[in-house]
Design a protein around this ligand. Structure first.
Ligand code: GAP
Length: 513
């Protein structure tokens, strides 16, 4: 645990120190679970968003984009079920007066059992050496099987109780497992209550006529209410999709883990409209397609896994998460939900407007089913950033901190560095900088010794450093240093653009999909 939390602390402090993420309104002591993206963070976030957008919208001729408003007619949220059912089960500790999500307390308890399984695996790995077969061990070892059975039993009981609104049983489960307040150890709990996560606000100038609104808790509904507008004006034929990225707001009870769980965050969602009865096929299709997108970034296949839901949201007939190995363990990164015709039918009922599709092949009208993929942009940022942060011990026993970001996502693609600040080298370096800036986000840096400048670029994840030295004046060549291998190559100035392009252009990465 200490190791995990140490790693996570380093992630948070590196994000601040190198201009990626700041606490919101820090000079006023910050606002809990609200964050600002700084000069490097905003670039990384933009690149992740663009990589998603191109993969979803540009690469699929049956998917189009949308940018719906954050404010929506309040009936939207009645129809979607959010007014009645967008709740988290909360529990208070009577001694510490701290508030927790009851389901998170139980899930954290299970995560501790998972750590025990991992320990058993590590021990066995050591004992059996090269002959170790991890899968066989997991499927046959008595202790591991008992741990797994325990996790399954706990999570399915919790799922059942939450589904049946049996909050007394959720409390009973917490008591039976002897779960205590993580901060104080107290087991003096209140009953479990439901808490609605939507933020309310008002539209209009005077108190009597003002309309109660909500800040949208998901971007999805902006797509559903525009389904027919897009379908008709875009002459879209089913199956087709509408993709959107944008802010969402949730009054999270347990707001912690940095940008993992925020009160204001950004989602990247696809709603894919399909013929009823084909949802199982499309569910598998999108699970596979989204996993491929993640794997294409080269962050290690072992860091991802699927988690099928026992407890389904009010709108879904099947759902799975893509989980990522964050510094605090495997947690949800993206959701893939088979939403049936729940949303369109609900909006049809509440608005009194027909939201149907005429299928020319079938010669009939129907309400399409929907397959949704929904990923948190900030959570993806955390996955990419925490996975990239590396401390290396070099041959000369010094250490370097390097952010091994996928080059396609790196905020700065290359730094142009004159070896010294004289003899005409800055002028040549600036010419190279001015030439490259049309194609890439590049920086020019002449301060400090070149070694220190390399370290600065390593720490923000710049894939290439280009050094202009005295020989450059003669041979029109520069030294190009690779961030990860630290290898240096002498290349012609005329070839720099192609070398960078080859490594960072989105099209090369998207071709892997
Ligand atoms: N439209 C479906 C929907 O919103 P969700 O599972 O509630 O589903 C989808 O959210 C994704 O949004 C999650 O997988 C997560 O990546 C991200 N997300 C949800 N709540 C978040 C929060 N409070 N802070 C950051 N990201 C969040």
């Amino acid at each position: 645990m200490t190791n995990q939390s140490d790693t996570f602390k380093k992630v948070i402090s590196h994000a601040k120190e190198y201009g990626f993420v700041f606490q919101s309104s820090e000079i006023y002591d910050g606002l809990s679970a609200v964050y600002d993206y700084a000069q490097n963070g905003v670039e990384l976030k933009r690149n992740i968003r663009e990589y998603w957008w191109k993969a979803m919208v540009q690469m699929n001729d049956n998917i189009v984009g949308l940018d719906a408003a954050i404010f929506m007619h309040p009936t939207t949220w009645k129809a979607s079920g959010h007014v009645d059912a967008f709740n988290d089960p909360l529990i208070d500790n009577k001694d510490s007066k701290k508030r927790y999500r009851a389901d998170v307390l139980i899930e954290d308890y299970c995560a501790k059992i998972e750590l025990k399984i991992e320990k058993e695996i590590k021990k066995a790995e050591k004992r059996f050496g090269e002959n170790f077969d991890k899968n066989e061990f997991i499927n046959t070892n008595g202790r591991v099987l008992a741990y797994q059975d325990k996790i399954t039993a706990i999570l399915s009981r919790m799922g059942r109780s939450l589904e049946n609104e049996d909050l007394a049983d959720v409390k009973a489960l917490i008591q039976e497992l002897e779960i205590s307040d993580p901060l104080t150890g107290s087991k003096n709990w209140t009953d479990v209550k439901q808490f609605n996560l939507m933020f309310g606000t008002k539209l209009g100038a005077n108190a009597e006529s003002a309309m109660d609104l909500y800040l949208r808790p998901e971007t999805a509904q902006g797509i559903f209410v525009n389904f027919l507008n897009v379908q008709k004006t875009g002459r879209m034929k089913i199956p087709f999709g509408i993709a959107q990225t944008g802010k969402a707001f949730r009054n999270e009870i347990v707001a912690r883990q940095f940008i993992f769980r925020m009160r204001e965050f950004e989602q990247m969602e696809l709603q894919f409209f399909i013929k009823p009865g084909t949802q199982a096929k499309w569910y598998e299709h999108w699970k596979e397609a989204r996993m491929k997108w993640h794997i294409s970034l080269g962050m290690g296949t072992d860091n991802y896994r699927f988690h099928d839901h026992d407890k389904l949201a009010h709108y879904a007939d099947a759902a799975a998460d893509i989980e990522f190995k964050f510094p605090f363990g495997f947690k949800e990164l993206e959701g893939i939900h088979s939403r049936t015709d729940f949303d369109l039918s609900q909006h049809q009922t509440y608005s009194g407007k027909k939201l149907q599709y005429f299928d020319h092949e079938e010669n009939k009208n129907y309400t399409p089913y929907v397959l949704e993929t929904s990923i948190g942009l900030d959570r993806m940022f955390l996955a990419v950033f925490s996975n990239a942060l590396t401390e290396e011990t070099l041959d000369n026993h010094t250490t370097r901190t390097v952010l091994k970001l996928p080059a396609v996502l790196a905020p700065i693609k290359a730094a142009i560095l004159p070896l010294v600040k004289k003899d005409g080298l800055p002028e040549v370096a600036k010419t190279i900088f001015n030439d490259l800036k049309w194609d890439f986000n590049v920086v020019y840096d002449e301060k400090d010794a070149v070694g220190r400048r390399y370290r600065r670029q390593d720490a923000v994840g710049t894939p290439f450093c280009i050094t202009v030295d005295h020989d450059t004046l003669e041979d029109k060549c520069v030294t190009i240093r690779n961030r990860d291998s630290m290898e240096q190559q002498r290349v012609k100035i005329d070839d720099i653009k192609a070398i960078i392009e080859n490594k960072v252009a989105m099209k090369h990465w998207l071709k892997e999909l």
